[in-house]
Write a protein that binds this ligand. Structure first.
Ligand code: ATP
Length: 358
């Protein structure tokens, strides 16, 4: 089953410190949501509040329109899958997966049938009689997922479930998680600090920092149109350039002064209303939107300090008036370290945000 989740003004204090500060989110039924942010930003606290393991200091949580206030974990339509998804070593896989149903008093036949169905969902029905120690790490992970889904929660809460797996297995499990989630339609809320993982699996990502929500949007929106400097910098590499707004520059454009001189930006570069003359802004430019041009918005000349061939592109560190800028040059670029290069930014890919502190 599945349900929408509504988080309304939730805060959680530990002493004076706010682990979560006034967090509000509206999550639709069946969405795959990822809570993303650095260590200590409050991801686990939020997940624990949703699961009923921690109570909020303020605010409310609704699941399927029902106020969860005061309800213990077992009374909620949620299941939590923790990182150390301890399976019972002495039990077969089918008994492990059926354990939650046994606790709910389901007779053996019904729970075995459901457990087999869930093991089948994760590709392990042929191993139903085996014990956890006979499985690989990835297979044990799948059993834990089957166990979590066996009780048919409306919302599955996943706390860094792939954290202990090596990179190859992690990528494979991401694909599987996503496919299984689409098949069962349950709302998934998944915690990670890995940006790539978040982009690979999420319908929408909640970017968190210091107990607050910095951004809440699809991976593409967050990457291409970040709503905060933190979110822009956390979601992949980003160049930040200071600039000052001078005033209108004809239809749909603003004149600014950047580190290498005057530049004109389309109004669309500003996410909110265009800022007033004199406002300090920060331009956010992804490395792949910065190149040797010509064409687009000129960002001045610089000297290539370092080049690194990274396969898909060559990463260049260019020192210029704006400080070091990172540009993703094509594989075939003839550029050499020490060369001078004029950098241009693609105007449609440039985002201007209020400068830090404004
Ligand atoms: N039981 C607790 N008592 C005191 N402080 C706590 C407690 N639980 C969490 N905190 C604090 O709340 C803040 C948020 O912690 P939380 O575990 O939610 O972060 P996180 O984003 O999940 O981090 P990580 O990725 O390291 O797990 C941290 O500063 C943490 O020290």
């Amino acid at each position: 089953m599945t349900a929408p989740v509504s988080v309304r003004g939730v805060s959680r204090f530990y002493g004076e410190a706010a682990a979560l500060a006034d967090v509000s989110l509206e999550i639709a039924a069946g969405e795959f949501i990822v809570l993303l942010g650095p260590s200590g930003c409050g991801k686990t606290t939020l997940l624990s509040i949703l699961g009923g393991f921690v109570s909020p200091s303020a605010g409310q949580v609704f699941i399927g329109g029902r106020d969860m206030g005061g309800l213990p974990p077992a009374k909620r339509p949620t299941t939590t899958m923790f990182q150390d998804y301890a399976l019972f070593p002495h039990m077969s896989l089918i008994d492990n997966v059926g354990f939650g149903l046994r606790m709910r008093g389901q007779p053996r036949r019904a729970r075995d049938a459901r457990a087999l169905e869930c093991l089948d969902m994760v590709g392990l029905s042929a191993s139903a009689k085996r014990r956890p120690h006979e499985l690989s790490g990835g297979q044990r992970q799948r059993v834990a997922l089957a166990r979590a889904l066996a009780v048919d929660p409306d919302v599955l809460l996943l706390d860094e479930p792939l954290g202990a797996l090596d990179l190859g297995l992690r990528r494979q499990m991401q694909e599987e998680l996503k496919a299984i989630q689409k098949r069962v339609g349950t709302t998934f809320i998944h915690v990670t600090h890995d940006q790539e993982e978040a982009m690979a699996i999420a319908d929408r990502i909640v970017v968190m920092n210091a107990g607050k929500v910095e951004d809440f949007a699809t991976p593409a929106e967050i990457y291409l149109r970040p709503r905060s400097l933190f979110s822009a910098g956390f979601m992949g590499e980003c160049n930040f350039l200071p600039a000052r707004v001078e005033g209108p520059a004809g239809q749909g454009a603003l004149a600014l002064t950047g580190p290498s001189g005057p530049l004109t930006l389309p109004d669309a570069a500003f996410l909110g209303p265009a800022p007033a003359p004199g406002a300090e802004v920060t331009l956010c430019i992804r490395p792949e939107h910065l190149g040797p041009g010509p064409g687009g918005i000129p960002l001045g000349e610089g000297r290539i300090e370092r080049l690194a061939f990274l396969g898909a592109h060559t990463r260049a560190v260019v020192a210029g008036a704006a400080g070091p800028l990172i540009a993703a040059l094509p594989q075939t670029s003839p550029a050499r370290e020490g060369d001078s290069i004029a950098l241009w930014a693609a105007p449609e890919a440039l985002v201007a945000l209020p400068a830090a502190g404004d």
